[in-house]
Design a binder for this molecule. Structure first.
Ligand code: AMP
Ligand code: MG
Length: 324
């Protein structure tokens, strides 16, 4: 007995080789990023979490539209005048975003930003109808010109801009998990706001990922999903919004009308790829229950949970098989 205690103390003193759960959170992308993982080595577990946060800061510095020193900001400042060269990473994500535009028949449209930037949810600012109509005239993802050889982005109309807010966190979560996998981690949960990915299980049981009650407190859970090796993205009308005359103006915008959809309150999409679940959750939010579920049914491996304006739950047909 005595001998066993001594051995444990020796391991503890070295700071290494103690297996266990590690978790930490940081504010990145204007939201909370959190990582939970199991590692057989204490020190390596802490280092793995830092590596994920470093990666997220790198992606934020590349893609944020809130800062004017990012590649993304350079695109919006220059691409209507001349093609702007970007990194392969940004090029690829824009390409995938445009693909999601096609898949959602324009419900997910990164050029929504021409209209979207006229809103400031914190300051309760929204454009008048004339300004909104002018902006909507150049909202169309099919206009964006990508040149793969030159790795450039070009906007053929003045006033066009793009924003990857509906897909960048899914990308960041995917990258974070990839790093963990490379570092030998087999059980982890990486989340950035409403986008999360689980790596493996929670050592013998699934991860339990909660879907928030859209009208509850921040920690009020509406439903819990057991997930193993899967991505989940939730888009909600409660993230960034203000209300005026009983109408909620929130951060998801219908690219055709400039309105914030009001028939659903939250959409969660579950599937094998976090970039897709992220774009789809935003796109399905715009499509609404019937068209949104029809789209999800057409995609192998993807499921959705929608909470409508009456707080009724709608789920895609494969959802039962997700329950344990
Ligand atoms: P998410 O929380 O993933 O649904 O992303 C919401 C964010 O996506 C917003 O804050 C905007 O940056 C962006 N966004 C809003 N409406 C659209 C849209 N119709 N298509 C693509 N991105 C959008
Ligand atoms: Mg999204």
């Amino acid at each position: 007995m005595k001998r066993l205690v001594l051995i444990l103390l020796a391991l503890g003193a070295s700071g290494n080789a103690i297996a266990g759960w590690h978790s930490a959170a940081q504010d990145i992308f204007g939201t909370e990023v959190s990582v939970q993982l199991w590692h057989d080595d204490n020190r390596a577990g802490v280092d793995a979490i830092s590596a994920v946060f470093d990666e997220m800061h790198r992606i934020d510095a590349l893609m944020s539209t809130w800062r004017d020193d990012t590649e993304m900001a350079a695109v919006n400042a220059g691409a209507a005048a001349t093609p702007v060269e970007v990194s392969v990473e940004l090029f690829e994500l824009i390409r995938r975003a445009l693909e999601l535009g096609t898949l959602t028949r324009g419900a997910f449209d990164i050029t929504y930003a021409s209209a979207g930037f006229l809103f400031d949810y914190r300051e309760r600012v929204r454009p008048g109808q004339a300004a909104l109509d002018d902006a909507l005239a150049v909202v169309d993802y099919r206009l964006v010109r990508l040149d793969r050889e030159a790795c450039t982005v070009f906007f053929p109309r003045a006033g066009m801009r793009i924003d990857l807010g509906g897909i960048a966190k899914g990308h960041a979560v995917e990258r974070g998990v990839k790093i963990l996998r490379k570092l030998g981690v087999a059980h982890a949960l990486v989340s950035a706001g409403g986008d999360a990915r689980v790596l493996g299980d929670r050592r013998g049981r699934p991860w339990a990922v909660g879907i928030r009650n859209p009208r509850g407190e921040r920690d009020a859970v509406y439903a819990t999903l057991p997930l193993v090796d899967e991505a989940i993205s939730t888009s909600g009308d409660y993230e960034r919004y203000f209300e005026e005359d009983g109408k909620r103006y929130h951060h998801i915008i219908n690219p055709r009308t400039g309105d914030s959809p009001s028939d659903v309150r939250s959409v969660s999409v579950i599937g094998p790829d976090g970039v897709r679940t992220d774009g789809l959750s935003t796109g399905v939010f715009v499509l609404g229950v019937a068209d949104g579920l029809e789209l999800i049914e057409s995609l192998a491996g993807y499921e959705a949970v929608i909470i409508d304006a009456e707080l009724q739950l709608h789920v895609s047909s494969g959802f039962d098989s997700l329950k344990q």
